[in-house]
Structure formats: structure tokens, C-alpha cells
Design a binder for this molecule. Structure first.
Ligand SMILES: Nc1ncnc2c1ncn2[C@@H]1O[C@H](COP(=O)(O)OP(=O)(O)OP(=O)(O)O)[C@@H](O)[C@H]1O
Length: 616
């Protein structure tokens, strides 16, 4: 057994070595944790921890993801206890933007999402809705797919944990962990939060044993379960985090994870005797596998391909380890503690990074299905369109921190940034081009920008956007792109090409070049914003005279100045982003002194973006 443990740990750590440095191993004893267990643990031998393990060696930037060719990223697999809400959409929008950015860099991307469909919470929710669990799962899982379509989420794999191929992989993984001596049977007694599907430590609970996330009392449970020997992995986990601090991001979440581990890891129960709706434990059909042990493996089973063998080894060969697990901070412990330990036990490589973002909140509380205080994403998308929703949440909430939603703020931000700074600039410029140059560019944008400082400004801002995307600082990436728009607007206002055209002669020639410069700025914006607002970017690209195929084949290198060529014919100006107008009742409300809560609803109305009087 000792040899097996050594082997699996070695496997888990060996990929982390920089420059193939031999593992410098040192024996240590793991602390046996018998807290509350009525049965003794089997004896484990000492095993070694890798000392020189290193994860991400690519850059000193805090969250920079690895530079490998295939970039595998995941969202959590969402519980199908209820349809998606804005919180679920938030993680998925962020993941989609990162995936799109990585594709622009020319990487092969495997973007995995899906639904977590087993466990007590799902069975209860199905019963409450008068459905059997499979029907319920089909219905709710489909609602996630529908929302992802509405939000322009371009995932590569959608895994459902009720998929037979997933079940086969879970069983195989369980068998590996069992063979490694990390599964044993014991009684457990504790306080259980059904909404978290987790036994809780009394000291982390609120008054009346309430779960801090779901604000509902935990229930006392006693069960005869199978356990995973997490405590055995305390030291390896400590070492991994000490040597690879970028494994958990943002850095303040690393401290949280380190302090959990430091406080002592307890083995956790990985089966349920009282839950039928789950994958049966191999060789014991009276128990089902704990939903988290099952769901985490969805990240691997998602990698299987239909016409290939559906087993663990083949799945792993298609892209494991993941480059990035994107999750909310609520499930950090599962991803940064349980999951790496499970992988080590099974002799598999660890993911390269776990990023735990903050919560979208309502009145300061996490929006969640269990709490029922959610924001309806279908309604938001229908009202405002996918680009506005995607842009607002990524721009407004600093990635990693919590953020509260307000409709007023939403409207202000998207109107100011997308409709005014970006949309209106394009509209004005195309209007002038049509009027004065028959919608045709007079020279190449490189020629037009000779000696013009705006070009350098744009190049610097593009670089800033790229660095921020790479570091997962999505809000700052949006900000950098917006700054390009601001620079374009300033240039337009300073140069006043409508005035130069009126002067005629050399001035008019200069004005025609100015329009080329501003349209090149718009082209760069379209590329740089495409991870966040793909439809808007396509609309900009189309107005610049490109086809959809041309847009679909852009890469990040197309942010380089010089794409627009002399002679290129632009489309007619038409608004690329509909300004959102408050309805008249709400506008009236706004003028009155504020008493109590606001109830007015916004109404979307496309407002034609016309040139100013001077330009006309
Ligand atoms: N309020 C939120 N803000 C940001 N992300 C959220 C929020 N709620 C859910 N998520 C995302 O969904 C994941 C949790 O998925 P889950 O299906 O458990 O949703 P949930 O609404 O939190 O469910 P429940 O309320 O039943 O715990 C989080 O880790 C995060 O990625």
C-alpha cells in the first residue's frame, strides 16, 4: 500500500516539476484524524511529499494562466435544483469571455460546463415539483443550455452527471481511490446542510446551527458511510500551496484555503445511505456516491469523445489537467482541497489553477437558488440583449469581489459605454464617411496614422487589455477597451473632421484620413471587445465591410494597427447598440424625491444615434 501511495503522489506532483528536476522527497507522517469516528482507520504508512513541486511557471503576473497549447477551462457543474439565475450566468459569462480570449490567442480551447444532477437536494426539488428525478433533470438541464444560447455562450462540452459515460468514469475513479487504500467505512454523526450537501463544522455555523451561505438550520445526521482519507493529504496539500501559490486565485482566497488546511483536514464521507438518487457505490448498492465526489469528476468525464473509449484513461488523454477551474467562492473548499486530494489519490494530475470569484448579491446576501433571492437572467437578456448583460457584469464587478446589481447602474453603464462611447462614435464616423467619401476609405489606416500619436495610444491600450485578460482581470480588460473608445472620441472632437470637410482642399483630405483613423480604432475595439461582447463586435465588423466569416477568423493579432485598407467600402451607418431608455413613468419617478424602494422598470427602446448638428 505504501508503494501505491508513493506512486500516486509522485504522479500527481511530477508534472509540476520545472525543468524536470528530480523530486526531492522527504518522508512525513500524516495525522490520523479520528474525530467523531466510531471505527478506527486502517493503518497507512508514511509517504513522501514532493518538495520542488511548481505549477504555473509562465509569468510573474498574479493570475496569468499557463501558456500550453490546449486551454481547458471549466465552470462549476450547476445543480439542477432550480433553473439558472444571474449568479450561475455570471460564472459562465466570465468563462466564455476567457475561452474566447484564449481562442483569439490561437489556442485550442476546451470550455466545459454542465449540470450536476444527483443528490438529495435534486430529489427533493423534483418531488416538490411533482416530477420524477430524471424528468426534472432533463427539464432543468435544458434550461441551462437555453440560457447559454441566449447569452452567446460558446461552450465546447456540456456534461450531465446522469450521463452513463460519467457514471462509468466515477466508478472507475472510485475503484482507483479504493485500491489506493483511501476509502474506508465508518459511522458519522454531524450537522448537515442539505443545500450545500455538506457536513458542517459547528464552529462555522451561525446561531441555531444555521448555514452561513443558505441561512437555514443544518440537520443532525448519523450515518454509516464510506469515507475518503482526506487527512492523509494534509501535508501534500500544504506543500503544493506553499510551492505553487498561484494554484488558488485571487491570492486572498489562497490564505483562506491555507487556513482551512492548517486547522486540520478531516476525512469526509463520500457516500450516502439515505439518498437513492445517485450513482451506486461499487459493490454496495445500499449506498450512493456523495454528490460532490461524483460531480467533480464531471470535469474529466466531459473530455470523453463519442466515438472513442469511454474510460478514465482515455478521457484524461483528451485534455486533463484543466488549465482553469472557474468557480464561485462558495465551493472553493471542494475545488482547492477535496478535489486535489482526490486526484492525488487516483494518481492524476492536478488542475493548474482554481479561481474563486465573488458573489452577485442582493441586499448584501449571496443570490442563490436555495435562498430564492435571484435575478432572472432570461428576462435581463430579453430586455437588454446578451452584450449588455455580459458587458455590465464583467465591467462592473471586479472579478474576485462581490457586487450588487442595480438596474439604474446597469442602464447608465451600458448606455455610456456601449451606446455612446463605442456605438455613437462608429455611427458618427460612418455618417461623415458616407456624406464626404462615398463610404469608401481613402487610404490604408497605416498610412493615415503616420505620425499620429493616437496609434501609439491605441497600441498601448491593446496591450493593457491583453494583459488584463490574461490575468483574468476582466473588468480592467473592459476598461482598457473603453479607454480606446475614449481616445477615439477625443480625437474626433479635437480634429472636428466635419469642419475640415467644409474647408475643402488639403483640410478635407486630412479629414478623410481622420475618418480612416477613427474607423481603424473601431476595428481594434471590435477585436479587443469580442471576448466580452461578441455580437456587438460582429456588428461593428460588419459595418466596417467585413463578412461574418472574416469576423469568425479574427485572432488577437488583428488588434494590431493596420487592418483597414484604402478602397475598402463601409456599410451604411446603423446603430450597433440600442440605447436603453427609461420609460416615461420611471423618468417621472426619477424626478420625484426618493421615498422607500424604487419600483419603476426600464424599457428598451432603440434610439437612432444621429450625427450632431455641426456634423450634419
Ligand atoms: N450569487 C452568485 N454570485 C456569483 N456566482 C454564483 C452565485 N450563485 C451561484 N453562483 C455560481 O454558481 C455556483 C454554484 O452553483 P449552484 O448550482 O450550487 O448555484 P446556487 O444558486 O449557489 O445554488 P444554491 O443556492 O442551491 O446553493 C457558484 O460556485 C458560482 O459559480
Amino acid at each position: 500500500m505504501a508503494a501505491r501511495i508513493n506512486t500516486s503522489l509522485h504522479n500527481a506532483l511530477s508534472f509540476l516539476k520545472p525543468f524536470n528536476t528530480p523530486l526531492n522527497t522527504k518522508p512525513f507522517s500524516f495525522r490520523r484524524n479520528s474525530f467523531r469516528f466510531s471505527k478506527k482507520l486502517p493503518y497507512y504508512s508514511q509517504f513522501s511529499s514532493g518538495k520542488r513541486a511548481l505549477y504555473c511557471t509562465s509569468s510573474s503576473q498574479e493570475s496569468t494562466v499557463d501558456e500550453g497549447e490546449t486551454f481547458v477551462l471549466t465552470t462549476p457543474l450547476y445543480y439542477v435544483n432550480a433553473p439558472p439565475h444571474m449568479g450561475s450566468a455570471y460564472t459562465t459569462i466570465a468563462a466564455d469571455s476567457i475561452a474566447r480570449f484564449q481562442r483569439l490567442l490561437g489556442k485550442k480551447v476546451i470550455f466545459i460546463t454542465g449540470t450536476d444532477e444527483h443528490g438529495e437536494k435534486i430529489a427533493t426539488s423534483a418531488a416538490a415539483n411533482g416530477r420524477n428525478p430524471p424528468e426534472h433533470c432533463d427539464l432543468i438541464s435544458q434550461s441551462y443550455r437555453t440560457l447559454w444560447k441566449d447569452l452567446d455562450i460558446a461552450y465546447d462540452k456540456f456534461i450531465r452527471t446522469t450521463d452513463p459515460k460519467h457514471e462509468a468514469i466515477v466508478k472507475e475513479f472510485y475503484a482507483r481511490v479504493f485500491a489506493n487504500g483511501d476509502i474506508y467505512r465508518a459511522d458519522y454523526e454531524g450537522l448537515y446542510c442539505v443545500n450545500c450537501e455538506e457536513y458542517k463544522d459547528e464552529k462555522e455555523l451561525l446561531e441555531n446551527n444555521c448555514c452561513p451561505v443558505h441561512q437555514m438550520p443544518c440537520v443532525a445526521r448519523k450515518e454509516d458511510n464510506y469515507f475518503f482519507a482526506l487527512s492523509k493529504y494534509q501535508k501534500p496539500l500544504e506543500d503544493i500551496l506553499a510551492q505553487n501559490p498561484r494554484f488558488v486565485q485571487p491570492s486572498y482566497r489562497l490564505n483562506e484555503v491555507q487556513s482551512w488546511i492548517k486547522s486540520g483536514l478531516r476525512d469526509f464521507s463520500i457516500s450516502r445511505a439515505l439518498v437513492d438518487w445517485g450513482i451506486p457505490v461499487p459493490d454496495d448498492d445500499k449506498q450512493t456516491i456523495y454528490v460532490w465526489f461524483d460531480a467533480l469528476l464531471g470535469y474529466i468525464s466531459a473530455l470523453t469523445e463519442d466515438n472513442k473509449q469511454q474510460n478514465l484513461e482515455t478521457a484524461v488523454s483528451f485534455g486533463w489537467p484543466a488549465s482553469l477551474h472557474l468557480i464561485g467562492k462558495d465551493i472553493l473548499r471542494f475545488h482547492a482541497v477535496y478535489w486535489p486530494a482526490m486526484l492525488m489519490s487516483a494518481g492524476l494530475e492536478l488542475p493548474k489553477m482554481v479561481f474563486g470569484h465573488g458573489f452577485l448579491t442582493k441586499d448584501g446576501m449571496k443570490m442563490g437558488k436555495s435562498l430564492g433571492n435571484t435575478l432572472e437572467p432570461f428576462e435581463l437578456v430579453q430586455k437588454f440583449g446578451p452584450d449588455a448583460v455580459r458587458y455590465f457584469f464583467l465591467r462592473e464587478v471586479e472579478f474576485g469581489n462581490d457586487g450588487d446589481y442595480s438596474e439604474d447602474r446597469f442602464i447608465k453603464i451600458v448606455n455610456a459605454h456601449l451606446a455612446n462611447t463605442i456605438g455613437n462614435l462608429l455611427n458618427r464616423t460612418l455618417g461623415l464617411l458616407k456624406k464626404n467619401c462615398e463610404s469608401t476609405l481613402v487610404v490604408d489606416s497605416t498610412v493615415a496614422a503616420e505620425g499620429v500619436p493616437l496609434k501609439d495610444t491605441v497600441e498601448k491600450l491593446v496591450e493593457k487589455a491583453r494583459t488584463n485578460y490574461e490575468n483574468l482581470s476582466l473588468s480592467s480588460a473592459c476598461e482598457a477597451v473603453l479607454e480606446i473608445g475614449n481616445a477615439g472620441n477625443t480625437y474626433m472632437d479635437q480634429r472636428a473632421p466635419w469642419f475640415l470637410f467644409k474647408q475643402g482642399g488639403v483640410s478635407a483630405e486630412e479629414a478623410a484620413k481622420d475618418l480612416v483613423i477613427i474607423l481603424e480604432v473601431m476595428r481594434v475595439i471590435a477585436v479587443a471587445l469580442s471576448p466580452v461582447a461578441p455580437c456587438l463586435s460582429l456588428r461593428i465588423y460588419s459595418q466596417l465591410g467585413y463578412t461574418e466569416d472574416q469576423f469568425n477568423s479574427i485572432t488577437w493579432s488583428d488588434t494590431k494597427w493596420g487592418g483597414l485598407k484604402g478602397g475598402q467600402v463601409m456599410e451604411q451607418a446603423s446603430p450597433v447598440f440600442a440605447r436603453i431608455e427609461l420609460n416615461p413613468e420611471k423618468e417621472e419617478d426619477e424626478k420625484k424625491p426618493k421615498v422607500g424602494k424604487k419600483t419603476g422598470k426600464a424599457k428598451v427602446k432603440v434610439v437612432e444615434q444621429t450625427p450632431t448638428v455641426a456634423e450634419a
